[in-house]
Structures are given as C-alpha cells and as structure tokens.
Design a protein around this ligand. Structure first.
Ligand code: SF4
Length: 428
C-alpha cells in the first residue's frame, strides 16, 4: 500500500494553487524588524484577498471551510469523504481554516493534513469499546467547565470552539456545537471552587482552544487565576499555533508573558504541519520565555511510522518545542479507523530512545478509559533481575549487567546501658 503520509512532503504542482512568495503570512513587522517570506500556497478560491486579510486571524476564522461546497473547491473529494461530510452534521462539525486547508494535498486523500480535518464515512462505524466520554471527565466535573481528576491540578475548559475540528477529538461530545466560551457565572463558580480547594496548584486551561478567546477575555481568566495564591502553575493546551498561526500576534504574546510561569502545550501531529508560519509563531512564544511542549496523538495512517514520528520530534526541537507526550488514541465514538495497536506505539518509542537526542523523546502514554489517568509505556529494557544484579539491554540490543549496591538497614539495640545501631539485614 502507498505510504499514507510523507514526512518529506512538499506542495504538489497544482492547477488550483498559486505561489504567493510576495504574500506575508505573518503579522506585519514593526519598523526595523526582519520580515520573513511566506512559503505556503494559497488555494485559488481566495486569490482576491489581500496580504493583510490572509494574515488576520479573525479573517481566517470567519472564512473557515464548513461545507461540502467550499471543500470541493479546494480538494478532489473521494466518495468516502463526501459521505463523511454528509454524516458529520449533528456529529462533530466540519471546520477548517483557509491556512490549514492550504496545506492539504488536493488530490491525495491520504494526505496527513486532510485525514485529520476532513470527515470520512468511517466516523459512523462504531464499536462496542468506544465511549462518548472516554476519559470520564464529566463524572469528575464538580462545576461546569472544570474537571478535577488529580489532587493537585485541574482542567479548565474555557471554550468549545477550535480553529479546526480534528476528526479524532477526544472531546467531540463538547466541541463545535455552540462555539461559545465559558460564561461569567460559570467562571465565578470555578473560582469559588478553587478558593476552597487549596491543594490545587496547577490549572490547565483548555477547551476547545483557549487561544481563540479575545486577548481581553483570556487575560481576565489568566489574571484571576494568577491572583489565587495557591495556584503555582498555569498551562494552556492549544492547537492554534498549528492550525491558525496568525493568531500568535505581538499583542497576544505580550499579554501571555505577564503570567509566568505559564506553559504552552501545543498539539502537533505530523512534520508537514511545521511551516514557516508555525516556526514564526513558536519562535515568538519561545522568545517570550513561555516553555513549549508538544502533545501528539498516535494516529493510524498519519504518524504511526517510526520515521515520521522521528522527523516530527526532531523538527519540533528545532523550533524550541519539547516533545512531551505521545498519546495512544482514546476510545472515542467514531474514531476506530485512527486507532493503532499499543505495540505500534512501543515500536515507535524503541526507534526513538537512543536513536535521537534525549530531549526529543516524548513519553508514550495511555490515558486510561474511564478516568484512571495517564500510564506511561515503553519498551522493556530490563532483561532480568536478582542475585545482586540487574541485566539490561540498550537501544542496540546489547546486554549489560549492573551490580546492585548492598543496602544495609540498621536497627537500634541497647547493651550495657548504651544504645547502638547494628546491621539488621542486607538487601540486594
Ligand atoms: S484542537 Fe483539540 S479540542 Fe479542538 S478538535 Fe482538535 S483535538 Fe479536539
């Protein structure tokens, strides 16, 4: 079978595209700043737009592709996609930014960008093991918009809107239906809950995509959370730097950097997503001192080959994004066609550890069905243990022995009126 995705992808010569080397896909620079050249191709249907419009994240959001008619102007839809789009109504919405659509291969339905964003008929095929809420978030939600699953950290869902709806989304039960943000009333309830739960030291702000909120609204949320003395760390989970990099403006970055320590977890999936615009967006965030990590869902036919994942993690390090997690695909309704075996994930880890920079090696996790939390998985490097030694294998399969230290425990005794410490037993 033809490889589903190609890490050395380059835009195909296509009648529907035009080269726009003079378009600047970035916010216009301040005087004296260097301006970078655009590399993306803009589909023909937007040929009349100005540079300023294309670079305007609000323009991109307003012009998202949400229908079969718009999509067929950009790509040659397959019967599976046409049926998938028909059936997506009332399920997970279809929405793709013009920018993300510009990365799609118009003729190859196995294009990794296209597979992530365009519904397919397989979404209506359900299996018994799939769930509406696979991580049990709803049952761990003490107030609307808040999930409290671990003792010291919470998940705050501030909007149900995303720039692009990923067809494998774990929160497909929530996202895309109303495209609304958390109400003032709900946010006050969240704050009240947090004030009475002082063990919580870490808030992950997610959704939907928090970076789709206007700066003022997002700042209000960040500042009020930051004002709680027991909240040490704030995190934002987002896919916007990948699907709508135009949103990473100077104004947004200046606002975010006021709320350190603030970490940004960016959802990347495939090396093809790392364009000049994405590089620019990540550079701006990193220059503001915001630690950047990546989260990647392991997806069949998209990134489930070791060479693709290796290319992705290495490219991420180059743009100062630390590969953080690879997730086994959750058991979400209608996503069976994206699921790989656990063995495929472990095989990928086998090909990363020792074969590339340690910083580039993420943790592979299964987020356990029902809300048991993340469990890390990796190849087994322990061949045997016992008799005072542990036998290990390295990334090349070579065998090494490591002698365990003798651990001596002491116990207190009293003899002739004096207290002494004597060895109790030797542990090996
Ligand atoms: S960006 Fe995240 S929340 Fe939004 S559709 Fe994709 S996976 Fe779901």
């Amino acid at each position: 079978m033809e490889p589903a995705s190609d890490s050395n992808w380059s835009p195909p010569p296509n009648k529907g595209m035009r080269r726009v080397s003079q378009l600047f896909l970035f916010p216009l620079p301040m005087e004296g700043e260097r301006r970078e050249e655009a590399k993306e191709e803009i589909p023909q249907i937007w040929k009349g737009i100005s540079e300023r419009e294309w670079n305007d994240w609000r323009w991109q959001l307003r012009h998202r592709i949400t229908s079969f008619e718009q999509l067929r102007e950009i790509i040659e839809l397959t019967p599976e996609e046409i049926e998938g789009i028909k059936h997506s109504k009332g399920r997970l919405a279809l929405a793709v930014t013009p920018y993300f659509a510009s990365l799609m291969d118009p003729v190859n339905a196995n294009c990794p960008i296209r597979r992530q964003a365009v519904p397919r008929i397989e979404e209506v095929h359900l299996s018994k093991s799939e769930m509406v809420d696979p991580l049990g978030e709803d049952k761990h939600s003490p107030v609307p918009g808040l999930v409290h699953r671990y003792p010291d950290r919470v998940l705050l869902l501030v909007t149900d809107q995303c720039a692009v709806y990923c067809r494998y989304c774990t929160r497909r039960r929530l996202v895309g239906s109303n495209e609304r943000s958390i109400t003032e009333g709900n946010f006050e309830e969240v704050l009240k809950y947090l004030k009475s739960h002082r063990k919580v030291r870490d808030v992950l702000i997610s959704g939907g995509d928090p970076l789709l909120l206007e700066n003022e609204r997002l700042e209000e949320i960040l500042s009020r959370l930051r004002a709680l003395p027991h909240i040490e760390i704030l995190r934002i989970g987002t896919r916007v730097p990948v699907t709508l990099p135009q949103r990473i403006t100077g104004g947004l970055v200046r606002m975010l950097k006021k709320y350190h320590p603030l970490m940004i977890s960016i959802h990347f999936t495939h090396p093809k997503e790392i364009t000049e615009s994405v590089r620019r967006a990540c550079n701006e965030l990193a220059d503001a001192g915001l630690p950047l990590g990546s989260q990647t869902v392991l997806l069949k036919g998209i990134n489930d080959k070791p060479h693709i994942m290796k290319k992705l993690v290495q490219e991420l390090l180059k743009i100062r994004v630390r590969p953080y997690y690879i997730y086994q695909c959750d058991l979400v309704m209608g996503t069976g066609h994206f699921r790989t075996s656990i063995a495929a994930g472990i095989q990928i880890m086998e090909k990363l550890r020792g074969h590339t920079t340690g910083y580039a090696v993420p943790t592979y996790v299964v987020d356990t069905p029902g809300g048991g939390g993340k469990i890390p998985l990796q190849p087994d490097y322990v061949v045997s243990k016992g008799n005072g030694k542990i036998v290990l294998r390295n990334y090349e399969g070579k065998i090494f022995e490591y002698p365990e230290p003798n651990i001596i425990e002491f116990k207190k005794t009293r003899s002739n009126g004096e207290e002494k410490a004597v060895p109790k037993k030797v542990m090996a």
